[in-house]
Design a protein around this ligand. Structure first.
Ligand SMILES: [Zn+2]
Length: 233
């Protein structure tokens, strides 16, 4: 009876508020899904969650000690994933972050490599950007992860201190130097002796994640892992 009522409720709400796939515009019945089943399976999965020494881990070799790292999907230009990222970062569509976070959360939950994670931290965005966007996209992803994996988000444990311009054309060394001192742990107690999963939308050079992660690792007995939705490696 409960199921019939729930299906009926879905149908009525679907009639009142039609809902289309963000990829191919097909009608979707479940309001929670942003992609139809076909588009979801077409996202280029990496399976890095189950692979040690994967390319996102190699980025940090010799730079920072991490337990594990993963990215859900390969990022390519003019792809469905790029379209979703544009929606998340420039079109004010926070739901995309939560949705992709849930997909990432399932991958993390099904991988033994991330079992010992205690809590999630979203890579802090500078306040100007967050104000302009209305939210931090990494936090939206964390909220999606938390909703399926039940690992708590630590809010305001780490902050971003300085405004930095996008440094797209600078090399990795310069970017790292520019990142020095950008992040600060402001609530050591919540991090101490815990295994933190640092979350962001995309991993490219890893410079920003390294700058933030290395501050977290300065706190007593912390361990660090990294998870992003996309990677360009
Ligand atoms: Zn579709």
């Amino acid at each position: 009876m409960q199921n019939i009522l729930s299906t009926l409720k879905n149908c009525v709400s679907h009639l009142l508020f039609p809902h289309n796939c963000l990829g191919c515009a097909t009608d979707i019945l479940n309001q929670q899904d942003l992609l139809c089943a076909k588009c979801q399976t077409e996202l280029p999965v990496t399976d890095f969650a189950n692979a040690s020494q994967n390319p996102t881990e190699k980025i940090f070799y010799g730079r920072m000690h991490i337990e594990a790292s993963t990215a859900s999907y390969y990022y390519t230009k003019e792809s469905l994933l790029q379209h979703l990222m544009v929606q998340l970062k420039y079109k004010g569509n926070k739901e995309v972050g939560i949705y992709l976070g849930k997909l990432l959360g399932h991958q993390l939950m099904n991988s033994k490599r991330f079992n010992s994670v205690d809590a999630l931290i979203a890579l802090p965005l500078n306040s100007k950007k967050e104000f302009k966007r209305g939210y931090n996209q990494a936090m939206a992803i964390c909220q999606g992860i938390e909703s399926v994996w039940q690992k708590p988000i630590l809010y305001n444990a780490v902050i971003r201190t300085i405004f930095t311009e996008t440094q797209t054309h600078e090399n990795r060394i310069n970017r790292w130097q520019n990142m020095d001192g950008v992040f600060k742990v402001v609530n050591e107690k919540t991090i101490e002796a815990r295994h933190i999963l640092l979350v962001d939308d995309v991993i490219t050079t890893g410079a920003t994640l390294e700058a933030c992660g290395s501050e977290i690792l300065k706190i007593n007995n912390t361990k660090l892992s990294i998870a992003t939705v996309a990677c360009t490696v």
